[in-house]
Ligand binder design. Structure first.
Ligand code: ATP
Length: 433
């Protein structure tokens, strides 16, 4: 298939796209992408973005080349200069994708010129790093990106085929000298490993690309299985019910745990998974058992439920806040207090954090009870209990949001007090008072 035909097929499959944004480095692959795009789409629907990483001496010259080429073709063009944190591949990539994100809107598609050789290199690189199925799916043909999507129309075409088309069309392009340095991992595979494999197996690039697409299918199946499993396991506050989890086969347990963490923006590596098995999926995990899974998050277990939590919840030494009890939402250091119902004409109240050891007489219950017991009765996990707010009138405890009013509460009012601790991604599951 020629590059133009590949893009025409794309246009047919995506009739609603308003703008095709071309990631245009000025190298061979994206030069082919740009030129083929001018033959496949109306030029007025194209925008080329060039990202200048400012890492190479002649970077400004490349930008200029790209600008001129777009002017020749009448294609709208932006050049974005970025300053990656370092010269590492990863930092350059992050800066590049951020630049793309700033220029791609809903209704656009970002086209990138990755091809089958890129796919084969990525697969080999991930293999040597011990990736799982998701990693071995390598580069996706299509994926969502901000409010739009990225499509790589040349993913099943070889670099050779693109090069042949470029010569046929008499295109010119810039050569990045860093592509020749084999100290970058990907370059090492491209320059040293793939050529050796190709000598013995000339079709290896296409075959590796095939393997990546099998892995991509397998990954989709794993995601579907995880989604089904998660539906049956999910409890309050996105927690996972351990006893039901343990009824699944071990590979399915791992699959659903990885998926659950990913859904919440995290990543679960093999060693964290094993630690979770040992410490949290046992018969009697300690009530304060946590497993740290990243620099920012941990998994906690309470009453046979797993919770995905920020690493540290803010801890406040002394806290006192005067509050007029009118309906509304109050953002505090450790969570959000919502007051619903009629406003109270009792002057202001004071909010203080729980210190520990408090006793109170819950309204309508009779008798005194410790606050700790009440919080436990509500099934509130220990990490959220630490900073629970209390409502005081002068020095008298009158209410514990989401838990109870005390018999000192002026009970002519009709209020609901809801405490939503920091780190909860949804409405708290505690009853309101
Ligand atoms: N400086 C750049 N400006 C605009 N687009 C770029 C730039 N560098 C790369 N691209 C786009 O990304 C495609 C792949 O480039 P390259 O193979 O160098 O990136 P990669 O690092 O391997 O891939 P990825 O961007 O997925 O990490 C190019 O064909 C081009 O479409």
């Amino acid at each position: 298939m020629s590059p133009v035909v590949a893009l025409q097929a794309l246009a047919k499959a995506n009739p609603d796209i308003r703008r095709w944004v071309i990631a245009y480095s000025g190298g061979l692959d994206s030069e082919v992408l740009l030129s083929a795009a001018t033959q496949a789409f109306p030029v007025s629907t194209l925008l080329a973005i060039h990202v200048n990483h400012q890492l190479q001496e002649n970077a400004a010259g490349w930008s200029e080349h790209c600008r001129k080429r777009c002017a020749e073709l009448n294609v709208a063009f932006v050049s974005v200069s970025v300053s990656p944190l370092s010269s590492s591949e990863l930092d350059a990539r992050n800066a590049r994708y951020q630049a793309f994100a700033d220029h791609v809107y809903e209704g656009d598609v970002l086209l990138m010129a990755h091809h089958a050789d890129d796919q084969a290199e990525t697969l080999l690189y991930r293999l040597v790093r011990g990736a799982g199925v998701r990693g071995l799916a390598a580069i996706p043909f299509e994926r969502s990106f901000c409010s739009s999507k990225i499509i790589r129309p040349f993913l099943s075409m070889s670099r050779k085929a693109l090069e042949a088309w470029a010569y046929e069309q008499r295109l010119t392009w810039v050569d990045d000298p860093s592509n020749k340095q084999d100290d970058y991992a990907r370059n090492y595979i491209r320059l040293r490993v793939l050529p050796e494999l190709q000598k013995r197996w000339p079709q290896v690039v296409g075959r590796l690309a095939k393997t990546a697409s099998y892995m991509s299918e397998a990954d989709k199946v794993l995601v579907e299985v995880a989604q089904g499993d998660l539906q049956t396991l999910l409890g309050k506050c996105e927690s996972i019910d351990v006893l039901s989890l343990l009824r699944l086969s071990i590979p399915r347990q791992h699959n659903v745990l990885r998926y659950w963490v990913k859904q919440q923006g995290g990543e679960l590596d093999e060693s964290s998974l094993q630690t979770i098995r040992k410490q949290l999926l046992c018969e009697r995990p300690s009530s304060s058992a946590y497993v740290q899974i990243s620099k920012t998050h941990r998994i906690g277990c309470y009453r046979q439920n797993l919770f995905y939590l920020p690493l540290s919840l803010p801890s406040i030494e002394v806290f006192e806040r005067q509050l007029d009890l009118v309906a509304g939402t109050y953002a505090l250091e450790t969570g959000i207090l919502t007051v619903e119902g009629e406003s109270l004409d009792i002057g202001s109240v004071k909010l203080v954090y729980r210190q520990g050891g408090e006793r109170l007489r819950p309204l309508g219950r009779g008798g005194s009870v410790s606050l700790k017991q009440l919080l436990q009765e509500k099934g509130i996990p220990p990490w959220w209990r630490e900073n629970w707010p209390l409502l005081m009138m002068d020095t008298t405890l009158v209410a514990v949001p989401s838990v109870c009013f005390t018999d000192n509460w002026p009970n002519e009012c009709n209020l609901r007090l809801i405490w939503h601790p920091f780190g909860l991604s949804e409405e708290p599951f505690f009853a309101t008072v």
